[in-house]
Design a protein around this ligand. Structure first.
Ligand code: GTP
Length: 329
């Protein structure tokens, strides 16, 4: 008995009459429906697998509804195939009803989902938002770099200010001590000469007392300008105290330092300090000078130069006193 005979034997009765008893027509329907049934079972399996793997998927419950709907369509198709030979019409009817219900429910739910689904940003939205984010990030980076630059500049400014005398603009005592130590270290290391001058205006208190503090300040500024002019660019000038200045002279021996000190003393003596009202003020200064000895430290150097200044004051002011190497300590 051939396949067609088997398909068309008595069990086909009476259901197959709709297919006109034609084997090729029956084959066509069976093949089409069988393929559809396979697809209807494979698709929901894929959907359920996807939802399982991607729990973050937006509206994943609708995928499950689609899966149920397609699966039931598959069952209905399968039953319609079986019913060519067996008449399970009630079962097929129940299956159709279940499919219809789930289809209607899915249709309603899908329409209710439309506004929310439309609100999901498109790829183009994401791209433009991403670009905007990148732009903002670059701007932030640039702003950060600018800020770091400003902080660096401000830090340098503050460091400079911390070492600067607010009145005269030359080094203050702190800055001066730092530089003096550096110069002493350098001179000791390279066995170079180094001398220091301590310059102090004579009877400066009288200037304040007679002409006021503002005139005193103006004199101090003018005095520092005078010293800047007298010194070399490599010399280090700073305000040691009230009306006391320290001049550090790298690569300079006591002899040359004395010559410079004498020139400064003369310059100050001859200088006319201008007052606010246009009148002039004459002042003198006393200067202590010393040259760094081997193994001498900053404190000892300052003690010596301070003593030389004291001697200059004691010997009548407007004088330069240089330490000789034997009497230095
Ligand atoms: N205007 C002004 N005066 C100052 C400043 N710092 C210190 N002085 C004054 O400088 C004067 C120093 O007085 P003294 O130490 O007696 O010295 P001097 O009058 O110069 O006397 P000798 O040094 O002995 O010649 C004091 O009157 C201080 O008030 C300042 O920044 N501005």
């Amino acid at each position: 008995m051939g396949i067609w005979d088997k398909l068309l034997d008595g069990s086909f009765m009476p259901h197959g009459h709709c297919l006109l008893w034609l084997p090729d027509l029956l084959f066509l329907h069976v093949t089409g429906d069988a393929l559809t049934v396979i697809a209807y079972f494979v698709i929901p399996t894929a959907l359920v697998y996807l939802v399982n793997k991607r729990a973050d998927l937006a509206f994943n419950w609708i995928f499950i509804m689609f899966a149920a709907f397609i699966f039931l369509c598959g069952v209905t198709h399968l039953l319609s195939l079986i019913n060519i030979w067996h008449g399970y019409y009630y079962i097929e009817g129940i299956s159709k009803l279940a499919t219809g219900l789930i289809s209607i429910l899915t249709a309603v739910m899908v329409w209710r989902l439309v506004p929310a689904a439309l609100a999901i940003p498109s790829n183009a939205d994401f791209r433009s938002k991403n670009e905007a984010l990148l732009k903002a990030q670059n701007e932030l980076l640039a702003a950060n770099q600018l800020l770091e630059q400003r902080v660096l500049e401000r830090t340098r400014e503050l460091e400079h200010q911390a070492r600067t005398d607010a009145l005269t603009g030359i080094l203050n005592r702190g800055g001066l001590m730092e530089r003096l130590k550096m110069e002493i270290d350098r001179a000791s290391r390279y066995h170079q000469k180094l001398s220091v001058l301590m310059v102090d205006l004579d009877h400066f208190k009288d200037v304040n007392d007679k002409f006021g503090h503002l005139t005193g300040d103006a004199v101090l500024i003018e005095m520092s300008n005078l010293l800047i002019k007298a010194a070399r660019a490599t010399d280090v000038l700073g305000r040691f105290g009230g009306e006391e200045y320290l001049l550090v002279l790298p690569e300079t021996d006591a002899q040359s330092a004395r010559q410079l000190a004498e020139r400064i003393r003369r310059d100050v003596e001859q200088h006319r300090f201008v007052q606010d009202d246009g009148s002039y003020l004459s002042l003198t200064c006393s200067i202590g000078v010393t040259e760094l000895r081997a193994d001498q430290d900053k404190t000892s150097l300052l003690q010596v130069v301070d003593r030389m200044l004291y001697d200059a004051k004691e010997s009548g002011r407007n004088t330069v006193v240089v330490s000789d190497s034997d009497s230095a300590d």
